[in-house]
Design a protein around this ligand. Structure first.
Ligand code: ZN
Length: 429
């Protein structure tokens, strides 16, 4: 049922009241340099904040066996984080409303060279409307929004009338296993909202993602008799060129994939990291290339993986050197499928009303060609999965920043969404 004017106004006022603290809280989160494998402290901090607010707190580890047994499980390598996942649960006195999951991730991508940043990446800084810092936009602002949207309801004198799980995960940037683990642990609800930095728009569809590493062996010789050796780095370049062919083939199929027809280049192959060789005057004997590629929704991860292996083996067979020294391919991270949010759900209508009240604009949807944890909820929980959050720039880049006013607007929208989706009960008595 749409919110009454009184309830709506009280919630908007409460978000405004809490907003200075919310920005300070976001900065506190940015100060944790929680890159992959180093999220333990920030997860503990979140667990403490949940407990302090009276949520029922469940902190648990990943279960590698259960993850590996699941078709959407990302590959577990020694780099995989051992940080736990934490879920805070709100239970209404009388469970009359719809339930909801609010999810965020606290892992952030590496900052790259500090010297390229205007301010050190883990020292948050507000300048004009922008809050700078690695992970500020992606997605510690969203983590803070979850806390403060819920706090605002309480300050306005209400509690959600449905069960709400506040889920904080890791591994969103590398495998998606944190979100998957909450599903495997049994967390479920009638809808999920993930406040990733999405330009105040709703994500309509999203690609799957695969990570893989290609290892090429060379034949090392002194560089003066280079012709008798084989250069692993040169050979890796040739393999990359073959993979670019696969990328072009997949992009050429975009017309067959609803919501992706109008995107310029939805399937991006990123050559993310390359290592190889030992010495400038020795023909290198080894090269390793870390890659990430996208896949359209509806394509199975295993099928895409098979196409990648086939592309590399077919190319290798045609290459005079690689025919006798085929590259090795290892899937070492994301093994995820894309998803589509079917238009017309009640959850989307409620978010639309909340967004309209917060911004005065109609909610727009768009398609993003990057990984999102919503895929777990849409594909496995099979619930409406709403990815919606503030305006940002340069996420995964240098001088990552998030708009403070956009955080304000989207927090209002989130708080109104929670109130209408779950319904509210009055606090007190
Ligand atoms: Zn993110």
């Amino acid at each position: 049922m749409p919110l009454s004017d009184n309830v709506r106004t009280a919630i908007i006022d409460a978000v405004e009241q809490g907003f200075p603290d919310q920005i300070e809280f976001t900065k506190v989160l940015v100060r944790f340099p929680s890159i992959r494998g180093k999220e333990h402290e920030v997860v503990d901090f979140i667990a403490g904040e949940l407990a302090e607010r009276g949520y029922e707190v469940d902190q648990f580890d990943m279960d590698p066996a259960a993850i590996e047994a699941h078709e959407g499980g990302g590959k577990i390598t020694p780099e995989h984080s051992t940080a736990p996942i934490v879920v805070g649960t709100h239970r209404p006195r009388n469970e009359a409303g719809r339930s909801l999951i609010l999810q965020s991730h606290v892992d952030v991508v590496p900052a790259g060279p500090d010297t390229m940043w205007r301010h050190p990446p883990f020292e948050p800084h507000v300048e004009g409307d922008w809050l700078y810092g690695r992970g500020g936009a992606d997605m510690k602002a969203g983590q803070a929004q979850i806390f403060f949207a819920m706090d605002a309801l309480r300050r306005a004198g209400f509690a959600p009338a449905g069960r709400v799980h506040l889920q904080t995960v890791v591994e969103e940037e590398s495998t998606g296993n944190g979100a998957l683990m909450t599903y495997l642990k049994g967390y479920d609800a009638d809808a999920v909202l993930i406040p990733e930095p999405e330009e105040e728009m709703l994500v309509r569809a999203n690609v799957g993602t695969l990570w893989f590493q290609v290892e090429v062996q060379g034949k090392p010789v002194h560089v003066r008799e280079m012709g008798s050796g084989a250069n692993a780095i040169d050979a890796a370049y040739r393999v990359v060129a073959a993979l670019r062919g696969l990328e072009a083939d997949w992009n050429a199929e975009k017309g067959d994939h609803r919501f992706f027809e109008d995107l310029d280049h939805p399937i991006n192959l990123n050559i993310g990291k390359i290592e190889g060789g030992d010495w400038a005057s020795s023909v290198p004997s080894w090269c390793r290339v870390d890659c990430r590629i996208a896949l359209f929704p509806g394509i199975r991860a295993a099928e895409a993986a098979r196409r990648i292996e086939e592309t590399i083996s077919t190319f290798a067979a045609s290459d005079p050197y690689l025919a006798n020294s085929p590259p090795k391919v290892t899937f070492n991270g994301f093994f995820s499928e894309g998803y589509t949010l079917e238009p017309g759900s009640e959850a989307e209508a409620v978010l639309g009303r909340a967004h309209q009240a917060a911004t005065g604009e109609e909610l727009q949807s768009f398609v993003t060609p990057g990984y999102l944890d919503c895929r777990v909820y849409q594909l496995y929980n099979r619930i409406p999965s709403l990815c919606y959050g503030p305006i940002s720039e340069n996420i995964h880049g240098v001088d990552e920043r998030v708009s403070v006013e956009s955080i304000r607007r989207t927090t209002i929208a989130m708080a109104l969404f929670i109130a209408e989706w779950c319904g509210v009960e009055a606090l007190g008595d």
